[in-house]
Design a protein around this ligand. Structure first.
Ligand code: URA
Length: 434
């Protein structure tokens, strides 16, 4: 069938055959469908949606559009975690070594930050020498030795997604549950994993603002994983306020190291432990949820997780002494305190606005090609729920030569929410899909 007939079918709301979906994906991969036909198909999909079957076919075809990791040489189940993106979310850096210390093989392929959300690769690259562009052989060697590795997506993984994502970005076709599902899950399936834990963020700083939307996305991804033979579970976690007290790159690595030494903020520690425990259970390294929880807590308390992190840094070319002396990670010298404009309880710190403020300082990027400044960021000083006086410090902006400072300060001020009563306690985990 010709491209135009497949596009017409989707436009008219008819169900696609597996072969139609395969033609669309091969058209994206081999260039036989020009951008305008791919874009028309993407828009028809946004407007008409996809059945579970179509979504699963799309995911599988995109996963097969390029190379797949061959991790067959490694004993044990391979399990990864993927977060849909948030502000201050550094759990990957903590849970990968914790899960590895419990015997899980963690081949983590991560992304870079875009817009107001941070990216794991940018954070790790604040460690001098750290390499995220490893070859397949090196990846397997490090997994054999350390049990975890965190790398970037190679050019040959899911090339169909690479082309489609670029078009989606500029044709208002990102917001579609089947397209997001296929995009995220195809890259994960290509990793050659046995199981996957998803952290689907919900709230102002997340891709999905409402619990309903987050649940729909989580269900769709869990189903696509299951249909491809990868056991997938999702936790839905809050992203109304930043996670932890550090937002940026170097500053988040420092907080991750503190957490691996047992001195991290409670929310970062608990979420990392919870996700790591799910990975341990899915890997068959614990007999029950309680046992998995006990094992990851032990890996944290004994320093075994910290040791894995140190070794991972070393094997990926970074300076391992950063783990012992995180102050080696230099922060930019400029400081500006943002204060409470009046007295009241700190009822919220809008994650989207804090993320945008950090990006304005240079911690994030507005376009995929932009460079980040690893040394800038934001430290959260006040605790949510605290009773503040007018002028009390809430956020510290860490800037370089005042770059982006006026915009960042403006956004940071808007992020502060004050009220006459303490806020209701906010659970970290707001749901799950298993
Ligand atoms: N992240 C991805 O990799 N793909 C999407 O479609 C959305 C977020």
């Amino acid at each position: 069938m010709h491209a135009v007939e497949i596009i017409r079918k989707k436009r008219d709301g008819l169900a696609l055959e597996r072969d139609d979906v395969a033609r669309f994906v091969s058209g994206a991969t081999d260039g036989s469908w020009p951008d305008y036909q791919l874009s028309a198909m993407l828009m028809a999909t946004v407007l008409r949606g996809m059945t579970d079957e179509e979504t699963a076919w799309l995911t599988e075809a995109m996963a097969q559009s390029g190379a797949r990791f061959d991790l067959g040489r490694l004993a044990g189940r391979k399990v990864d975690k993927h977060s849909t993106g948030g502000v201050g979310d550094k759990t990957s850096l903590i849970l990968a070594p914790l899960a590895a210390a419990c015997g899980v093989v963690v081949p983590m392929m991560s992304g870079r930050g875009l817009g107001h959300t941070g990216g794991t690769l940018d954070k790790l690259e604040s460690i001098p020498g750290f390499r995220v562009d490893l070859g397949a052989r090196e990846i397997v060697d490090i997994l054999e030795d350390v049990g975890c590795v965190i790398v970037g997506q190679t050019e040959d993984i899911a090339p169909a997604d690479r082309r489609l994502y670029r078009l989606r970005d500029v044709t208002a076709t990102v917001e579609s549950i089947p397209l997001i599902t296929a995009s995220i899950m195809s890259k994960k399936l290509a990793e050659g994993i046995d199981a996957l834990v998803l952290d689907v963020k919900v709230g102002s700083g997340a891709f999905m603002r409402t619990l309903d939307d987050a649940e729909r996305l989580a269900r769709s991804m869990v189903r696509a994983g299951a249909l491809a033979g990868v056991r997938t579970e999702a936790l839905l976690t809050q992203m109304d306020a930043p996670l932890g007290r550090a937002v940026g790159n170097s500053i988040e690595v420092v907080e991750s190291i503190q957490t691996l030494r047992g001195q991290g903020p409670r929310d970062v520690t608990e979420l990392s432990l919870l996700l790591a425990a799910r990975m341990v259970l899915l890997a068959g390294r614990a007999a029950s949820a309680g046992d998995a929880d006990r094992r990851v807590r032990e890996a944290l308390a004994s320093g075994a997780g910290f040791e894995r992190f140190r070794r991972m840094i070393e094997r990926q070319g970074g300076d391992p002494e950063v783990a012992d002396e995180p102050e080696r990670l230099l922060l930019a010298p400029g400081r500006e305190i943002v204060r409470a404009p009046r007295a009241g309880y700190l009822t919220g710190l809008d994650a989207l606005l804090v993320g945008r403020a950090a990006a304005a300082l240079g911690a994030g990027r507005a376009t995929a090609e932009a460079r980040v400044d690893h040394g800038v960021g934001i430290r959260v000083i006040a605790t949510l729920g605290a009773l503040l006086r007018a002028g009390d410090p809430v956020l510290e902006l860490i800037h370089r030569d005042g770059n982006g400072l006026a915009d960042a300060a403006d956004l940071a001020r808007q992020a502060i929410e004050l009220g006459g009563a303490p806020p209701a306690p906010r659970p970290l985990v707001v749901g799950d899909v298993v």
